[in-house]
Design a protein around this ligand. Sequence first.
Ligand code: PMP
Length: 441
Amino acid sequence: MTDHHKPHGAELLKEAQEHMPLGVADSYRYWGQEDTVFVKSVKGCTLTDCDGQEFVDFRLAYGPIILGYRDRRVDEAVIKCITESGTISGFSSELDAQVISLVKSLCPHIEKMRFANSGTEAVIGAVRTARGFTGKNKVVIVEGGFHGLYDEMMWKSDVDNWNPQTQAAPEVIPFGAGIPEASREHIEIVPLNSFEAIDEVFERVGDDIAAIVIEPIMGNCGSISSTKEYMQKLRDVCDQFGALLIMDEVKTGFRVAKGGVAELYGINSDLTTYAKAIGNGYPVAAFGGRADVMNQIRFDKTGVTHGGTYTANLIGLTAAKATLTILKETDALETVNRVGGEIRELLSRVFTKFGIEHRFSGPDAMFGIHFGNEVPQNYRDWKKTDSALYVRFAHNLIKNGVMLEPDSREPWFICEAHKDIDLEWLEKVAVQSMEDAINAD
Ligand code: PMP
């Protein structure tokens, strides 16, 4: 950020710190006393901060923006809904089934669905339904993945402090304080793409595994992707043991393809979670999948409980209906992937110009950049990349008007509105930002 920028944002942060821990509403928004971003407005693929500095945004609020900020088509539908129908009634509306029909037309493996308001809630619903259906307890998750702020999903492998010479595997630790030890009891963590690790877990506790929860393309770990063979392995092992495969498509759904990862891989999950792109930035989420599994949600003693005051509220569902209709009927996602591919090529040219070994992972709509000479296959591999160089490069991009998360575990998100950006300008900015990153080493 420019020097001119800093005082105002810094002042707002100081004031906010009198009211909120860290002065931010989500701890990840805290980027330090000088660099925490306060936004005035967003439009298309741009973000304007409180000082009027404009950024081309590849962070896109961690992924929900697929068309563009303030997409007129979606916003007009929502405004009409608010003024003519309302926001919430605590009852059903015709939108419920309409939105699910749209999802089903894009994702044929979804037979029944329920709504939620955030990815976290969708994961809670999916995991509970899986446990209710299977009568089993354990849940297998993957190192480097993220599934929201739900206690059980807040355990991770401490890869950062792992010494492979002295420890067979990284220690399992909570994300922070306040996560009860009891919530770890049924969680098993495996590194992505390791057949050995998945075999080991299923041999040990396979009879009590309710589900594997996985981001097949890790939107929270540089879009490091499972191989097709690995996803097939998970499918097979779940079928063999009577466990369910839950694909967390909160970041990939309605982004990487109309039918998400399931379409790209040609492998069906039993349950899937959606959020983010389903509503182009409005708070709406969902989980669904096999009808026999979802029908476990019912009132009797063996039924799974699900619901919530804001579930299927009219604002979220109207946004979802408008967004999904556009994704279904237009070539928006092809545009997103084409533009993403062009940006990737442009960045590759810049890195090559400076002789920097680099690899991309994930699809063009949300790609990860890794400085190193191998495509990481899991979080342990990611640790071997030059993430410090990436952080310096990213901070320079931000200074020069390109917004992104200064952490290579967060992919570059592309939206339809990026089709209008000036690629020559972006290449120049990328060259300058890399030159400065190298000189600062
Ligand atoms: N699952 C995945 C894959 C996510 O990326 C996230 C959030 N980034 C979540 C779940 C949780 O979603 P939310 O922040 O909407 O609760």
